[in-house]
Design a protein around this ligand. Structure first.
Ligand code: PSU
Ligand code: MN
Length: 303
């Protein structure tokens, strides 16, 4: 069978010309941020990619089609739709075959990007090993995807709601390069630094592009996690966030929130508890990641 992939006109044009393209996910729109900030952010992220010389390709499932690049109308339709499934590797094919709405997580966006020949992707934060995973086994499929699918993912690290030590241990076990940008410690999403030292450090987009090209040339499957710290003026200190994260985690537990509802619940509660400050920081870090991803895509497109 032929895959029901639909490229937006702008993505089709960029692909035909061999131009730089940056994939963007849609779970952050439907499950990660409230309306209308979700659509506004998606539009400014796309604008930021264009300003930095690349073409944005926001990925989502709609009506039995795998869309790589959304028009403005499609973006609004998705952001306001009800019953949007949050899809990862496990459910992407089921939802595509059934024909409903599906927002792609990091794992599913990597799969779609690779199918469309796109090798760079910008997001906010990847999923990882949840706190308490030793009893819940809740480990995001994003981690295994990074080890299998050759896409460079630019994120502000793993979200600080996770067990960061275990997340980076699993990435090491899976053979995923974790590259901090411009600093020796790993960033922690809403904060620039964590207490963890970075396994790898690179300071420029061209070095990051060269590393992915070398990995592929060596026949090593998988991508890279580029951990790009949030801009200093937008960060929230880890000490400020720690009690907020603790409270959100306790509430998730007492309400019996589990599986893929955990991350959206925690992000929503942290937004309320910080009176929106976490969202402002989240938007700033996504834009920062989009800029670096566009620069990496430009470098990758140079032969
Ligand atoms: N980054 C954000 N907000 C989000 C996400 C990432 O700033 O909502 C989403 C991504 O789609 C990621 C998902 O893949 O959260 C992780 O979900 P889980 O923990 O259920 O694997
Ligand atoms: Mn999970």
């Amino acid at each position: 069978m032929t895959l029901p992939i639909v490229l937006s006109p702008e993505v089709a044009e960029a692909r035909a010309a061999g131009g730089p393209i940056v994939a963007l996910e849609s779970t952050i729109i439907t499950h990660g941020m409230p309306y209308p900030q979700n659509v506004e952010t998606a539009q400014s992220v796309e604008a930021c990619v264009r300003e930095n010389g690349a073409t944005p390709a926001t990925i989502a499932l709609m009506g039995g089609k795998l869309h790589v690049g959304l028009t403005n109308e499609q973006l609004f339709e998705l952001a306001q739709a009800e019953n949007v499934a949050k899809v990862s590797r496990a459910d992407i094919a089921v939802v595509l075959a059934a024909g409903g709405y599906g927002a792609t997580t990091v794992a599913a966006t990597m799969i779609a990007a690779h199918l469309a020949g796109i090798s760079v992707f910008a997001t906010g934060g990847i999923g990882g090993v949840h706190k308490g995973a030793e009893t819940t086994f809740d480990i995001s499929a994003d981690l295994r995807e990074l080890s299998e699918t050759p896409v460079t993912v630019v994120a502000a690290g793993a979200k600080a709601i996770l067990d960061l030590e275990k997340t980076y241990e699993v990435l090491e076990t899976l053979g995923v390069p974790v590259i901090a940008v411009g600093q020796d410690t790993l960033p922690a999403f809403w904060s620039r630094a964590s207490h963890l030292s970075a396994p790898l450090r690179l300071d420029t987009a061209s070095e990051i592009a060269a590393a992915q090209k070398m990995r592929t040339a060596m026949g090593i499957p998988g991508g890279q996690l580029v951990a790009n710290p949030i801009p200093a003026e937008s960060e929230i200190a880890a000490e400020v966030l720690a009690p907020v994260i603790k409270q959100a985690l306790q509430e998730a537990e007492s309400k019996g929130i589990h599986a893929k509802d955990v991350t959206p619940f925690l992000l929503g509660r942290i937004f309320e508890l910080t009176e929106g400050r976490s969202l402002t920081a989240n938007i700033a870090l996504v834009l920062n990641n989009a800029q670096l991803a566009a620069q990496i895509a430009v470098e990758m497109s140079k032969s």
